[in-house]
Design a protein around this ligand. Structure first.
Ligand code: ASP
Length: 440
């Protein structure tokens, strides 16, 4: 659609966004290498100025882009889910689509945790960290860890989480981008109710929501014009504070988590795209370029969700009802990368604490990782408080979370990519099952 004009102006938008990513990362890493202090050492005046500029001048520009994406999340979730469900035409159809979607979410999330657990058992990264290094790193990031642990106290139990899916006040549920499940439920139930009315009764609401949806897509298109700059700023901010020295100290953990995520994306998700959606890897990744960079640079499934819908519909030809049904649910409930990361982190920290987890406890980690990945908010670092909950369940001191916080930014960016591509492939699979011809 807008691609013709994008090309007309020279570089295409995905290429400009990629350039933004590369330039932002190159400048950030260079400044980090030049001025960041060694682990535990005091920051030089130059590095303090660089950090100040990154926090106060560059990050706000990145946040502006991020906020623009978040701004359209609530209207897009509501309109696309309502129209999606109402468009399915019957509650039975919703049931069969819904159950397949949930099956996909549970199946892929479980595979992700299993891969993570296997990698930690084979590589044993926790055995590579000496007690002195562990104590040093823990001390440095203790403040941050305490914050997450405090938040984990507010995390809800499974029953409470299920009850809270039904909001008492839908406006309240829509007011927080971290709690979209209530809004999702409301849109689903209202869409289901619409299938019980005669079409002319719900026509006006449908047309209104169609218009709202189209308007949001337009606004998203404008927001994405800012993406090259926004992405450059977000990446610059993340890389300037990369914490390379701490990365070396917990290097085996970092490599295991990143290796697992990259393996999962390149082998597992690519395989699913091929076998379930008939997408060859080259075609799949060409269509996903903007999506991958948006997920990576924003670290947020929720902020990326409108782009995920747009990718499924515009790039791959999925029908809007199916993409609009799967993505809002997936952005909140289907987090493959997060689950893999949780499995790796819990087992790694158990190894550091010298706590061998028996098979029963590992199964508990598996179950908890799947559940907490469903409950985690699709925002940067959304899973960390829940990770503290899992650690407590298997008697690993949650304070050890401090060990991984220094490198979490990059891991968070990376885990958000499979979080969203799994939703995309699920919607393509369902579209194909429903007999739609995709743009392969
Ligand atoms: N940043 C992740 C997402 O939005 C959530 C997390 O793992 O912290 O998908």
């Amino acid at each position: 659609m807008e691609q013709a004009t994008e090309r007309g102006r020279g570089l295409s938008l995905p290429t400009k966004i990629l350039l933004g990513l590369v330039i932002g990362a190159a400048v950030g890493i260079t400044l980090n290498l030049l001025y960041a202090p060694d682990f535990g050492a005091a920051k030089s005046a130059t590095f303090q100025s660089v950090e100040y500029a990154a926090d106060h001048y560059v990050k706000p520009i990145g946040n502006l882009f991020l906020n623009l994406l978040f701004m359209v999340v609530v209207p897009i979730v509501f309109s696309s889910l309502f129209l999606g469900v109402a468009g399915l035409g019957s509650v039975q159809k919703l049931g069969s689509l819904g159950s397949r979607t949930l099956l996909w979410f549970l199946g892929t999330t479980t595979c992700a945790v299993l891969l993570g657990l296997t990698l930690v058992r084979v590589i044993a990264p926790g055995k590579q960290v000496s007690p002195e290094v562990a104590a040093q790193v823990q001390q440095q990031y203790m403040g941050d860890a305490q914050e997450k642990i405090a938040l984990s106290g507010k995390a809800k139990g499974t029953i409470e989480m299920l009850v809270d899916i039904v909001p008492t006040n839908v406006v309240g549920a829509a007011s927080d981008n971290k709690q979209v499940l209530g809004l999702i439920f409301f849109a689903l139930i209202l869409g289901a109710a619409a299938t019980r009315l005669t079409p002319d009764k719900s026509r006006i609401l449908r047309e209104l929501l169609e218009t709202i949806y189209e308007l949001c897509v337009k606004v998203l298109g404008w927001a994405m014009q800012l993406a090259p700059l926004g992405v450059a700023c977000l990446i610059f901010h993340a890389t300037v504070k990369l914490g390379l020295p701490v990365m070396k100290l917990v290097g085996w953990y970092f490599l295991t988590a990143m290796g697992g995520l990259i393996l999962f994306q390149t082998i597992f998700i690519t395989g699913l795209a091929y076998f379930f959606a008939g997408m060859r890897p080259g075609r799949f990744y060409r269509g996903c370029r903007t999506l991958l960079i948006t997920a990576f640079s924003t670290s947020s499934s929720n902020a990326t969700m409108p782009t995920t819908i747009r990718t499924a519909v515009d790039e791959f030809g999925a029908p809007r009802e199916i993409a609009g049904f799967v993505m809002p649910l997936g952005a909140t409930m289907n987090m493959n990368g997060t689950a893999l990361f949780e499995g790796v982190s819990v087992l790694f920290l158990a190894q550091v604490a010298n706590k061998g987890l028996d098979i029963g406890q590992q199964l508990l980690v598996l179950g908890m990782a799947v559940l907490t990945a469903i409950g985690a908010a699709g925002v940067p670092g959304g899973s960390l408080p829940l990770l503290a909950v899992v650690l407590t369940q298997v008697n690993v001191p949650p304070e050890l979370l401090a060990l991984i916080l220094g490198v979490d930014r990059l891991v968070d960016m990376t885990r958000t990519v499979p979080n969203v591509t799994s939703d995309l492939v699920c919607s393509l699979w369902l579209s194909r099952r429903e007999g739609h011809v995709l743009k392969t």
